[in-house]
Design a protein around this ligand. Sequence first.
Ligand SMILES: Cc1cc2nc3c(=O)[nH]c(=O)nc-3n(C[C@H](O)[C@H](O)[C@H](O)COP(=O)(O)O)c2cc1C
Length: 205
Amino acid sequence: MQQTVKVVGIGGSPRPDSTAERALRAVLAEAERQGAQVSLVGGAELVMPLYDPRDQLRSARALRLVNEIAGADGLVLASPAYHGSISGLVKNALDHVEELRDDARPYFSGRAVGSLAVAQGWQGGVSTLAALRDVTHALRGWPTPLGVVVNTETTGFGPDGECTDQRVRSQLETMAGQVVDFARMHLRASAREAAGVDVLAPAGK
Ligand SMILES: Cc1cc2nc3c(=O)[nH]c(=O)nc-3n(C[C@H](O)[C@H](O)[C@H](O)COP(=O)(O)O)c2cc1C
């Protein structure tokens, strides 16, 4: 039986229904179609005080963000390109992952992380995507092989949330599948390890 994995999407901008959040919803919808349980921490929910390591987390939004990440088997990050990189809103959210330093699964450990950048052009989109993947590395996550840039000059989302560009839609779906597949593989390997099964032993041993 296939285990249910939880995929959490984080990102967007404070503008309701931002393109980054629409793209993020499309990835989560595909992950759900593939059997994952999904949850979104969107742009409006990321409006919170700047992360200060000296503070004890007090805001309900910060606590929810950290709890959602701690409970995730896979993650999807989405940021608009702001001056060639991750927006301050999304970077501040990622800084809060420091709260998981001493967690049983520290930071993003053991999770595949899909990244998508939304920009009004290619240059800022590509540099923002690279920045999201660098942060994922720094947080000990596993960036998915495919990351996605949504260029708003050429691509949008219809009223039903569907991406207008078939190729980008296909990329968003592929990335969702990579997050879900990795989460399932990791969960299976952890369960076998807990049961004392040597997954590297030759078959039949
Ligand atoms: C402060 C700011 C800085 C921006 N910098 C860039 C940039 O460097 N490169 C780029 O392609 N787009 C840039 N943009 C455009 C946004 O990335 C783009 O409009 C956004 O991702 C899509 O808008 P939406 O998510 O609100 O729908 C910037 C927008 C703002 C507000």
